[in-house]
Design a protein around this ligand. Sequence first.
Ligand code: SF4
Length: 126
Amino acid sequence: MCCALEMAVASAPRFDAQRFGVIARSTPRQVDILLVNGPVSKKLKPDLRRLYDQMPEPKWVIAMGECAISGGPFYGSYSIVPGVDQFIPVDIYIPGCPARPEALIDAFLKLQRMIKAKKKGLLTGK
Ligand code: SF4
């Protein structure tokens, strides 16, 4: 939905997310990060979970925007899951409606720092 446009802008020349190594792929077999944006319908939930399960380890998840975090304006709807973390572990949350491209790039940099800290043994857990 609307957050996907912000995601597309992050890859456009003004923000150029590729310079941080962010390259969008459309297959779970070649990705490290699952970026969820927009509302997740209950119908989509099992497919999204399967997609996550097909990703190779190590893998991370970013929830971009209020819809992915909590259902956003659709919270309480009969058809929308109130947050992707109800069925997939989320590493980074990007608040906003919409979340801006700068926030998306910041999330990738935070994730890079988390991964480096984990490699050095400074972080525990997933
Ligand atoms: S969080 Fe807001 S901007 Fe993003 S998909 Fe939902 S309604 Fe659209």
